[in-house]
Design a protein around this ligand. Structure first.
Ligand SMILES: C[S@@+](CC[C@H](N)C(=O)[O-])C[C@H]1O[C@@H](n2cnc3c(N)ncnc32)[C@H](O)[C@@H]1O
Length: 255
């Protein structure tokens, strides 16, 4: 059986009009008031219906991450968890393999994005959509793979989320992360060094929307997973011609 195509809520207007509305919300930024859930809901609720169409052009490397995970998962019966899974877009990248999983859990704190995920995966009993904080939620059984796609940079207590994710894994289980980042001024010799301008610009550009690219995530992941591999790349940014934002893709195995 094939995985259903994304069916976002209808948003009036052509693609340019919908993009402009998203850009307006990105320019307004995430509110400073309220707790993390209230801030996420205020930021994402007006964007939810066009989230996937716009983020497919902004959040690169997600299909690559899912493909890297697929290559490492058991053929059948895998238990997979996405933390900060939003609309469930990444689950669609698993394609027909999704049907072979014993359990797939998408955890997110934003009700408006979760509603999109619920619409997509209605009638899929193996897919559970959970409204919870990734820094605290725990599964009942350990997982074969846990992954975060562009969510660590939006979690103020990302260290707690990372610690929590590691405790969800079976021994030998896999953690996958894809996210924006900037290098340290003096990165390890096997990593890319970004210019001082890039190291200044991207954290300032994204902070307004509650996204915090930093060298610390990749450093912490590499330290926590002695057995790992990663790649570094840059991606174009919609409506920002000439700019490319750095991102990394990481896979680590819990020993
Ligand atoms: C940029 S979106 C990425 C969503 C999805 N992973 C994707 O690739 O489209 C970041 C997500 O992290 C979620 N998030 C932020 N803080 C969270 C937390 N503490 N617990 C769970 N989800 C959180 C947001 O609600 C949002 O859905």
């Amino acid at each position: 059986m094939s995985v259903p195509k994304s069916k976002p809520a209808r948003v009036p207007g052509g693609r340019l009009g919908r993009d402009l509305r998203i850009l307006l919300h990105l320019l307004r930024g995430q509110p400073k008031d309220g707790d993390q859930q209230a801030r996420l809901e205020a930021f994402y609720a007006p964007q939810a219906g066009h989230y996937d169409a716009f983020r497919d052009r902004l959040l690169h490397g997600r299909e690559q991450l899912i493909s890297d995970l697929q290559a490492r998962l058991p053929q059948t019966g895998a238990h997979v968890i996405e933390l900060g899974g939003g609309t469930g877009r990444n689950l669609e990248f698993f394609g027909p393999q999704l049907e072979s999983f014993s359990q797939v859990t998408l955890v997110d704190l934003c009700p408006a994005l979760l509603e999109q995920a619920r619409q997509k995966f209605a009638g899929r009993p193996q897919v559970r959509i959970i409204e919870a904080d990734a820094t605290r939620w725990q599964p009942q059984q350990p997982a074969d793979a846990v992954y975060c796609a562009y969510s660590l940079t939006m979690m103020p207590d990302w260290r707690a989320a990372l610690d929590n994710a590691i405790t969800m894994l079976k021994p030998g289980g896999i953690l996958g992360v894809v996210d924006f980042y900037v290098s340290a001024a003096r990165p390890p010799s096997d990593q890319v060094r970004h210019s001082a301008l890039a190291r200044w610009f991207w954290p300032h550009w994204f902070a307004h929307d509650g996204v915090h690219p930093t060298p610390e995530h990749l450093a912490a992941l590499r330290a926590r997973f002695p057995e790992h591999q990663f790649s570094e790349a840059r991606a174009p940014v919609p409506y920002l011609p000439g700019f490319s934002v750095p991102y990394y893709c990481f896979i680590g195995r819990r020993v």
